[in-house]
Ligand binder design. Structure first.
Ligand SMILES: [Zn+2]
Ligand SMILES: [Zn+2]
Length: 382
């Protein structure tokens, strides 16, 4: 990708420029590079787009703030205004000159279809293995009965006589900067250039209609919560043969009762008995992929000790083959409800380890008292 130029540099203004300065800088540059003034000049066209884009951002207080704080990334990261096509094309030069707005008035009725968003929830297991999901979406599509021209089968739209089928009407105007030709949409045919005499009944002559569709979504292994994938051209159909919009699928990964996830790393807890902790053992751990992994718990393992199982984490969503690790934190279960026999054995163990059973131990307070008594008591040798 080409590095984007700073919006303030594009408009040749300081970062402190106020609304009026931004507007006047924009008007000056937009007029200089407008395609109507530079017919066929690709470079000017590019410049014009840059200028319009910079203005679109800097003239909007919220977008400007995002841009000041995060730069270009702040505007593309899926937040406010992040997706949806953004800048929409050339405005009418007179709009720029007289109103300072490049947007709002299209030059013809041909429109790109709207982008769509679909939210898909998957389980952690599905995110691990990858899965195919069927989404039911409602979207505006080109009418099949009339192939999108809006005329009943067997009939054809006729050419609009007002605009000779152009969809636009050309005006020339004189300004202090010279003579400009501008186009405005034909009001009779709505910019389509055609008149439908007998409308198609399926779509009421609209050429498009809302349809329920099933759409297959390929969930890639390793997909993470908050990721979004773009399906170009799978959004709504455009009006009058305009290109379709895009479909964006937003993924949500459900919380798992056993595993916690951080990127490709997974975290889990495994209970072990206190004899396993004391003597050491090999224990099996269930992984998110369904396999049983084993870890060797050495003798004297403390609760909270973490073991790493390499390659049992989440796969790389970009398909590079690497997998994260599974971090297993062992939790030593202290037995409750012991039998008399077990209690007896534990007491013997305590004696062996020279630990006095709890009820025989003196409190620190008692021991301090004893120590004081001994120190104060007169010695027999005196
Ligand atoms: Zn139709
Ligand atoms: Zn017309």
């Amino acid at each position: 990708m080409v590095t984007k130029q700073d919006y303030y540099e594009v408009l040749q203004i300081s970062r402190e420029a106020d609304e009026t300065e931004i507007k006047s800088a924009y008007r000056k540059l937009a007029l200089k590079y407008h395609p109507d003034v530079n017919p066929g000049d690709k470079e000017a066209e590019e410049k014009f787009k840059e200028v319009a884009e910079a203005y679109e951002v800097l003239s909007d207080a919220d977008k400007r703030q995002m841009y000041d704080r995060y730069g270009h990334d702040g505007l593309n990261g899926g937040g406010a205004g992040g997706f949806g096509g953004g800048f929409g094309g050339f405005g009418d030069i007179f709009d720029i000159f007289f109103n300072g707005a490049a947007q709002g008035r299209g030059r013809s009725a041909v429109q790109r279809g709207a982008d769509m968003r679909y939210d898909l929830e998957v389980t952690l297991e599905e995110a691990y293995k990858g899965v195919e999901k069927t989404a039911r979406i409602q979207r505006i599509e080109t009418c099949e009965t009339c192939s999108g021209n809006g005329a009943a089968p067997g009939t054809k739209p006729t050419t609009c006589t007002t605009c000779s089928g152009q969809g636009q009407i050309r005006h020339t105007q004189n300004t202090i900067l010279g003579t400009f030709a501008t186009m405005s949409p034909c009001t009779r045919c709505g910019g389509s250039g055609r008149i439908v005499q007998t409308p198609c009944v399926t779509c009421n002559g609209q050429g498009r209609l809302r349809k329920a569709r099933e759409f297959t979504i390929n969930v890639r292994p390793g997909v993470d919560d908050g990721m979004r994938f773009q399906y170009p051209g799978e959004g709504e159909s455009g009006a009058l043969g305009g290109p379709p919009g895009d479909l964006y699928v937003f993924f949500h990964v459900k919380k798992h009762p056993q595993f916690e996830r951080q990127g490709q790393e997974l975290f889990t807890e495994a209970p072990i008995s206190f004899t396993q902790a004391a003597l050491g053992d090999e224990i099996t751990v269930a992984t998110v992929g369904g396999e049983q992994g084993t870890i060797v718990v050495p003798e004297g393992t403390q609760t909270g000790t973490t073991f790493r199982m390499r390659g049992f984490g989440m796969p790389d969503v970009h398909g590079r083959g690497s997998k994260g690790d599974l971090h297993v934190s062992v939790k030593v279960d202290v037995p409750t409800r012991l039998s008399d026999e077990e209690k007896k054995l534990l007491r013997q163990l305590a004696v062996l380890r020279s630990e006095r059973p709890l009820h025989e131990q003196k409190s620190i307070f008692d021991r301090v008292k004893e120590a004081v008594k001994e120190a104060v008591a007169p010695s027999h040798e005196d």
